[in-house]
Design a protein around this ligand. Structure first.
Ligand SMILES: [Zn+2]
Ligand SMILES: [Zn+2]
Length: 347
């Protein structure tokens, strides 16, 4: 390690915005690896931190480097680390489990009671170097496109959400075609879904959904998705709906579009409690509802590797913008617009 200082995007003040500064390179600690960051991606969480929303105010201690989706090369390993060696190209799990609670002890580390998140509770990856705890290390095949490596983490949310039950031969609807919804469309198609119906309000994102393999596109602003889905499924409704928009109306539409005995997965975060018709849409339908957060460690990571590295799903059509890291304001503006898929920041 020769460099002593590095560029980093800092949330400097308890106010909207972020700055590109020169700070000290982190010193490797036991149980951690030091990574030279090659590519990062902007997540919805980063927009909250940048905009300094109530969500961010409640969680972030300034000043802090933020960002959590990354691909980088290991340049130093701390004492006791066995998951990676110097020179490995890695992606990163961003949920840091405690390893001690009931969930961690019973195979549910991804819903740890004491979960910390890289770039939220500890310094993040929008920097030239980053310190990554060993449980977050996921080694990639050498030669992986670093921008693809940077989206393994959000791709994992899509894989966990879509494949919590098999979709082979089933009709599937995806509500919300942001990056995770777009990945979900590609995963459903690759894993043998019959119809993959993408419901979204942005025409640009519907075009991207088409590129990811959606069989039918529904513009939810112009058509009623429940009616459109019924028409496309002989009046039955879909077997599977995956809600990724976080829009309360979309959640109600997802419920209304599922056939009896079907499955709903919810991973979009509604901004407030949502009223649903439990009698008609859940009980009488014998609906199975899954809440999904993060990725199963490391079950989902193996699935993501299999899907991407076999070529079954190519995440690249979802990557629409690339910026130099210090061009953070323009990158954030692009990420907020309805035209963007995934926005990449490179140090
Ligand atoms: Zn993320
Ligand atoms: Zn735990």
């Amino acid at each position: 390690m020769s460099a002593e200082t590095m560029k980093a995007i800092i949330k400097a003040e308890a106010a909207p915005g972020a700055v590109c500064s020169e700070i000290a390179v982190p010193v490797v600690k036991p149980g951690h690896v030091l990574v030279k960051v090659v590519s990062t991606a902007i997540c919805g969480t980063d927009l909250h931190i940048y905009d300094w929303t109530d969500w961010a105010r409640a969680r972030i201690a300034v000043p802090m480097v933020f960002g959590h989706e990354f691909c980088g090369r290991v340049v130093e390993v701390g004492e006791g680390v066995t998951r990676a060696r110097v020179g490995d190209l890695i992606a990163g799990e961003t949920h840091i489990p405690c390893g001690k609670c009931y969930q961690c002890d019973t195979g549910l580390q991804h819903v740890c009671q004491n979960m910390e998140i890289l770039g939220v509770h500890s310094p993040g990856v929008f920097s030239e170097y980053a310190l990554v705890p060993e449980p977050c290390v996921w080694v990639l095949p050498d030669g992986t496109d670093p921008d693809v490596g940077a989206v393994y983490e959000p791709f994992g949310v899509a894989a966990h959400a879509m494949l919590v039950e098999s979709v082979a031969g089933k009709n599937v609807a995806v509500f919300g075609c942001g990056p995770i919804g777009l990945f979900a469309v590609g995963i459903a198609r690759a894993c043998g879904a019959a119809k993959v119906i993408a419901c979204e309000v942005s025409p640009d994102r519907l075009t991207m959904a088409n590129n990811m393999g959606a069989s039918h596109l529904v513009n939810s602003r112009e058509q009623n998705p429940v009616e459109s889905i019924k028409e496309l499924t002989h009046g039955n409704g879909v077997d599977v709906a995956v809600e990724l928009s976080g829009n309360p109306i979309a959640l109600q539409q997802a419920l209304g579009s599922i056939t009896r005995g079907g499955r709903l997965t919810i991973a979009g975060l509604p901004p407030r409690p949502v009223e649903i018709n439990v009698v008609d849409d859940v009980i009488y339908k014998e609906l199975r509802i899954y809440g999904i957060t993060g990725r199963v460690m490391y079950d989902t990571w193996y699935t993501v590797s299999n899907l991407i590295e076999s070529g079954m799903v190519d995440p690249r059509p979802v990557i629409t913008h690339k910026f130099d890291m210090c061009d953070i304001d323009n990158a954030m503006a692009a990420a907020k617009g309805g035209k963007a898929g995934k926005v990449i920041l490179r140090p």
